[in-house]
Design a binder for this molecule. Structure first.
Ligand code: GTP
Ligand code: MG
Length: 198
């Protein structure tokens, strides 16, 4: 199996599939790492900084851009799975239910899911949808880590520490991250590598 590693290792990320329903999920048997979080939180940017390929996953300043589940093969060894963001204010009730059904279906049925990465905005901390998802992952025994991204948007160390402390109130240790500065890329790589089957 090819070695996976942090930014200084050259990685190959390839788009594999964009699925609007479970029938379009790719087969293939590779382990999967799912990236979950509110709309616009920075899921696609985080995938791009992990892989070191600026334009692999589509990012946008307009929320709600990723509407399908996008699968990227990283170095031929696992799928990075970019899930559509929740909690976008302009989402209709019907769209929200469709989102919920799609995500739950993904999380329940993917036997090769090695790790879910729950991404929070370090300025905002936990919001309702995040807490529901956290409980859901725990209830279904899915392994997950919590990443606090956009840390560069907090001005100084004490603001950053306050943001991280708020996240710790839910009994998790957040991984500090910034797609802008690259902070946390290496640590997240280590966590992912450990979660993948050896
Ligand atoms: P959806 O697909 O709409 O759910 O959004 P997403 O979670 O994939 O977010 P995306 O990666 O598209 O980023 C949303 C916006 O936040 C973009 O304008 C990014 O440039 C910006 N952004 C993402 N990560 C960071 C970060 O770490 N720091 C800063 N300053 N901006 C970020
Ligand atoms: Mg996205």
């Amino acid at each position: 199996m090819p070695r996976v590693g942090p930014r200084d290792v050259i990685l190959r990320g390839e788009f594999v599939a964009s699925a609007a329903n479970p029938e379009s999920f790719p087969s293939g048997g590779l382990p999967e790492v799912a990236f979950l979080g509110r709309s616009n939180v920075g899921k696609s940017s985080l995938i791009n900084s992990l892989v070191g390929q600026g334009k692999l996953a589509f990012t946008s300043s307009r929320p709600g851009r990723t509407r399908t589940i996008n699968f990227y093969r990283v170095d031929g060894s696992f799928y990075a799975v970019d899930l559509p963001g929740y909690g976008y204010a302009e989402t209709s009730h019907q769209q929200m239910l469709a989102w919920k059904r799609l995500i739950e279906n993904y999380l329940l049925t993917r036997e090769n899911l090695a790790l879910a990465v729950l991404i929070l905005d370090s300025r905002r901390g936990w919001m309702e949808g995040d807490l529901l998802l956290k409980r859901w992952l725990e209830h279904h025994g899915r392994p997950y880590v919590v990443v606090a991204t956009k840390l560069d948007k907090l001005r100084n160390k004490s603001e950053q520490e306050r943001g991280l402390a708020q996240i710790r109130l839910q009994n998790v240790e957040p991984m500090p991250f910034s797609a802008v500065t690259g902070r946390g890329v290496r640590e997240l790589w280590q966590t992912i590598t450990k979660a993948l089957p050896q």
